[in-house]
Ligand binder design. Structure first.
Ligand code: GDP
Ligand code: MG
Length: 185
């Protein structure tokens, strides 16, 4: 039987509790936003297949998106969570400055647990709350530049740019040129 995808990518979503990791994952995999799902306990993964258009045709990528609680209890399952990850989405909450300050800790966490370089995508979530915005664009741009990260602002609530963020990370994992990708977005 023909395989129904060209690539299988395990992707992890990291960031402080409450930034919207679960909301983003569910918005991407199921296309919905709900206020009343339970806080993630342990780990959960969601699967979705997306297609990327390149000059030679379509590349079909199956994404396995691992979502976890950001809390301490996550400690014991950490190795299983990181093992085999080929990309990471680093999420902070645009309305919560502390979640932005903690990004460094999350980058270190990823680098400690994954021994080779994997693409990281920086995501500022809750863009639907501009009045509560707590981090300036300058600060974010500087951070993204310092760590050489591609940055996207999303709203899991409205769905804005959620697909783009997984699409860009998938392109990076597939080794496609980011300049090319930008043109297609
Ligand atoms: P997690 O702990 O990182 O998994 O965060 P959750 O996905 O559980 O989200 C934490 C809270 O933020 C929940 O009350 C969500 O409804 C809310 N939330 C998540 N994403 C958004 C968003 O894009 N906009 C708004 N306004 N609220 C969001
Ligand atoms: Mg969660």
């Amino acid at each position: 039987m023909a395989q129904e995808y060209d690539y299988l990518f395990k992707t992890i979503v990291v960031g402080d509790g409450g930034v919207g990791k679960t909301a983003l994952t569910i918005r991407f995999s199921k296309g919905i936003f709900t206020e009343d799902y339970k806080m993630t306990i342990g780990v959960d993964f969601h699967v979705k297949t997306i297609s990327i258009e390149i000059d030679e045709g379509l590349i079909t990528c199956k994404l396995q998106v691992w979502d976890t609680g950001g809390e301490e209890r996550f400690g014991s399952i950490r190795p299983m969570y990181y093992q085999g990850s080929l990309g990471a989405i680093l999420v902070f909450d645009l309305t919560n400055y502390a979640s932005f300050e903690h990004l460094l800790k999350w980058i270190e966490e990823v680098r400690t647990n994954i021994k080779f370089e994997i693409p990281l995508l920086l995501v500022g979530n809750k863009s639907d709350l501009p009045d509560q915005r707590a981090i300036s664009m300058e600060e974010i741009n500087q951070f993204a530049k310092d760590f050489n990260l591609y940055y996207i602002e999303t709203s899991a609530k409205t769905g804005k740019r959620v697909d783009d963020c997984f699409y860009v990370l998938t392109c990076l994992m597939a080794g496609l040129d980011i300049a090319e990708i930008k043109l297609r977005l």
